[in-house]
Design a protein around this ligand. Structure first.
Ligand code: F6P
Length: 329
């Protein structure tokens, strides 16, 4: 087979490890691999990864020394052109011109929505691999990049806790997650935060102020509130304003971590997940699977319909929400 591979949407630490795994898994099984730069945009623009001889193919050596690197050597993009019929047709023409018969896309729900469109217009096989820091995809326990993003946020909060404690302050720390509180909740649990404000549960400002006041009365000197950017009341700056107006008894500061969470060297967990799923995607596509996402559930590699990844909502485990509640007393 000739297998195309690209990364699309927001980049995630571990995407490089996954590209490496796709290339090495495929070439060791005798397949050829074509790298596509900048996701769907590269298909629209015929922007392919060229090897040292200027050929549009990836070899085992093209992916040396990248397992530890954040970002993606194939680069990523959010492609407007692919949202038009003309753009999609151009992408299909590129796939046909370069005789690609299977495509592996590493990305999140927008990427998989695109794959679903491609399936309607192209005869080749497609498999998605979940690469996003958000961990918001049905069909996998964890997405590639989530572990590293939590680690990055926890490292930052450990530092903020020092200064919060010295000054007896409350820090609102905004993490990414437009529609999902996974990143915020797991960060809050790992960092020992007192509160997580997430889109999945209502954020009750008067209730929070009372809770913080009672913590202060029992001797708490510092407070960390982790805020998902997609919290239904708004991001951390809006919450800071609301807490101030509700006469929160702590001095408040806000830190927005933003894209810092998307960079950096992937954790071993992300490298291993990426390596397993990239190789599994290659084996699945060569055995005839298509329109599926390769995920890991209960430590097993599994395929699930690509449509599920963007049409179903991944629920946050309630036990984790309750656990944070008990730990924040
Ligand atoms: O989907 C991944 C993600 O990092 C979200 O958490 C965040 O809301 C979004 O991408 C930011 O996108 P951009 O990099 O295009 O601003």
């Amino acid at each position: 087979m000739r297998i195309g591979v690209f990364c699309s949407g927001g980049d995630a630490p571990g995407m490089n490890a996954c590209v490496r795994s796709v290339v090495r898994g495929a070439t060791s099984a005798g397949h050829e691999v074509v790298g596509i730069n900048r996701g769907y945009q590269g298909l629209v623009d015929e922007n392919l990864f060229l090897d040292s001889l200027g050929e549009a193919k990836m070899s085992a050596r093209s992916v040396s020394n990248i397992i530890q690197r954040g970002g993606t050597i194939l680069r990523s993009a959010r492609c407007q052109a692919f949202q038009t019929e003309a753009g999609m047709q151009k992408a299909v023409e590129t796939l046909e011109k370069f005789k690609i018969d299977g495509l592996i896309a590493i990305g999140g729900n927008g990427t998989f929505r695109g794959l679903n469109e491609l399936v309607e217009r192209w005869d080749g096989r497609v498999i998605g691999v979940p690469g996003t820091i958000d961990n918001d995809l049905v069909g996998t326990d964890y997405t590639i990049g989530f572990s590293t993003a939590v680690q990055t946020a926890v490292d930052a909060i450990d530092k903020l806790r020092d200064t919060a404690e010295s000054h007896e302050r409350l820090f609102l720390v905004e993490v990414m997650g437009r529609h999902s509180g996974y990143l915020a909740l797991y960060t809050a649990l790992a960092a020992g935060a007192e509160v997580a404000c997430i889109p999945e549960t209502p954020t009750d400002i008067p209730g929070m102020v009372d809770h913080l006041h009672s913590l202060q009365q029992t001797g708490k000197k510092s407070i960390i509130v982790v805020v998902a950017e997609g919290d239904e009341l708004g991001g951390a700056l809006i919450l800071q304003d609301k807490l101030q107006k509700a006469k929160c008894s702590f001095a408040l500061r806000t830190v927005i971590l933003g894209h810092v969470q998307r960079g950096g060297s992937p954790t071993p967990d992300d490298r291993i997940l990426a390596t397993r799923l990239g190789d599994f995607a290659v084996r699945s596509i060569s055995e005839g699977a298509t329109a599926m996402m390769a995920g890991e559930i209960n430590h097993e590699c599994v395929l699930s319909p690509i449509k599920d990844s963007f049409s179903k909502r991944k629920e946050l485990p309630k036990e984790m929400i309750d656990l944070l509640d008990r730990m924040s007393k």
